[in-house]
Design a protein. Structure first.
Length: 435
């Protein structure tokens, strides 16, 4: 039997397996998770049959799609959202900042938005989060930049898919000659004034972790319009080698071709005949994904609209339900541009129960919940033990409130209408116990 015939049979069997696997029901309401169809598995098999494991045709395809969808000139894949943040800050340090420059960020969020700032010899300056939209307040930004001229950049996330007041933030940054970078790991699919939210700022990062809007298992991405920034990030991702062309991936199909864009700088002591693909231009890393992962992402990128509809429907169903309860939770309404990461709630002061009561009740009913990641990051050991590495401006009452009283339910594509009804029914039982 020919190899091609074996591959066809494997694909047929895989399609049957996918159908059976997707019929299996998990006996709990999940917070999030991957949703794969035949297309994702067919791409995976194709990547395996290509027998090219590092960046290949699917990496080039997914990076191209990512840039196009994001309305950016350049797309880059990495092995995680955290790696994307590290690359973005590393390249920004190389091009725009110097040791000791300050980067404003939020005290409430995920640590890997903050850690790359520290790891690059920069100083994160924490400010409080706004309870209006769970993002950076423009007034706080303006005040901070007016008071501290050493703040040279801003790196913040669009929390849980909610939109920042982007125009105001960018206007303030331009006034103070400060660069803005956005972490979009929670917000892929959200728009701002009709454009993808990741089309704003100097650069934007993504996480394609299994619990996020779309997934490649473990993986991330970065987009930008700045060619120098993109080239530096691509080189740093590839061990620090100068690698200006994404089309290096064509070697997956044409192994004998040579890299189409190389550079041999004069700022070195290498012999003239040294192989340029072993010249290291930057202090880099290996943060590349497998082509197998890119194969998954390429198909997932085609399904953003499909998943977005489910997320919005689930969110609005829960919003309608909680809107009619006694006023014991703060909840957030969304518009048509927001692609929600989850359904967030803040337990109000003066109620008889606390978050642990609610979490334990939901666990007994097999319903997953989550907190808002780090809450107030400054309270965690990683930062308490390294207070010389960061600064803080103002109070952080909102971050503390979120750390103590915040909870969220899943609304992703793994959450069915039956799951939403179970959340509502379980909440009915809980409210009866405490009111």
């Amino acid at each position: 039997m020919k190899k091609e015939d074996i591959e066809k049979q494997i694909k047929i069997l895989m399609a049957q397996w996918v159908s059976k696997n997707n019929d299996d029901k998990i006996d709990k309401v999940r917070y999030a998770g991957p949703v794969f169809g035949e297309g994702e598995y067919e791409n995976m098999l194709d990547a395996i049959f290509n027998d090219w494991w590092s960046g290949g045709k699917y990496t080039l395809e997914a990076e191209t799609k990512l840039a196009e969808i994001s309305e950016r000139n350049h797309g880059l894949l990495t092995n995680s959202g955290s790696a994307s943040n590290l690359l973005l800050m590393s390249a920004a340090k190389e091009l725009y900042f110097k040791d000791g420059d300050k980067i404003l960020t939020l005290s409430c969020g995920f640590p890997t938005t903050v850690n790359p700032i520290i790891q690059n010899g920069l100083i994160p300056v924490f400010v409080d989060i706004s309870l209006d939209d769970l993002n950076l307040d423009p007034d706080i930004l303006d005040k901070a930049l007016s008071e501290d001229s050493k703040i040279k950049g801003v790196f913040v996330a669009h929390t849980l898919g909610f939109k920042s007041k982007i125009d105001e933030l960018l206007d303030i940054a331009r006034k103070h000659d400060v660069l803005v970078f956005f972490d979009n790991c929670d917000s892929y699919g959200t728009k701002y004034k009709g454009r993808p939210i990741q089309s704003y700022g100097k650069g934007a990062t993504y996480s394609f972790y299994v619990a996020h809007h779309i997934t490649m298992g473990e993986g991330g991405g970065i987009t930008t319009n700045d060619t120098d920034l993109h080239t530096t990030m691509r080189g740093m991702r590839n061990w620090g080698k100068y690698c200006a062309s994404p089309k290096c991936c064509i070697r997956a199909e044409h192994p004998d071709c040579f890299c189409p864009t190389v550079k041999l700088t004069k700022d070195c002591e290498l012999p003239n005949d040294y192989m340029v693909n072993y010249q290291f231009e930057w202090l880099g890393y290996n943060l590349k994904p497998l082509d197998l992962q890119a194969a998954i992402l390429s198909k997932q990128l085609d399904r953003i609209g499909e998943f977005d509809i489910i997320r919005k429907e689930n969110y609005r169903e829960l919003y309608s339900y909680f809107s009619h309860l006694p006023i014991i939770f703060k909840i957030w309404e969304i518009d048509d541009e927001i692609s929600p990461f989850s359904f967030p709630m803040l337990i109000r002061e003066g109620v008889k129960f606390n978050r642990k009561h609610l979490v334990d009740h939901m666990k007994r009913n097999k319903i997953e919940t989550r907190v808002l990641f780090g809450g107030n990051l400054m309270k965690h050991p990683a930062y308490v033990n390294k207070k010389d590495k960061w600064e803080s401006i103002g109070t952080h009452a909102n971050a503390d409130n979120i750390m103590n009283n915040f909870i969220m339910f899943g609304v992703s594509q793994v959450v069915s209408k039956e799951d939403i009804e179970k959340i509502k029914s379980s909440m009915d039982d809980f409210i009866k116990q405490w009111t």
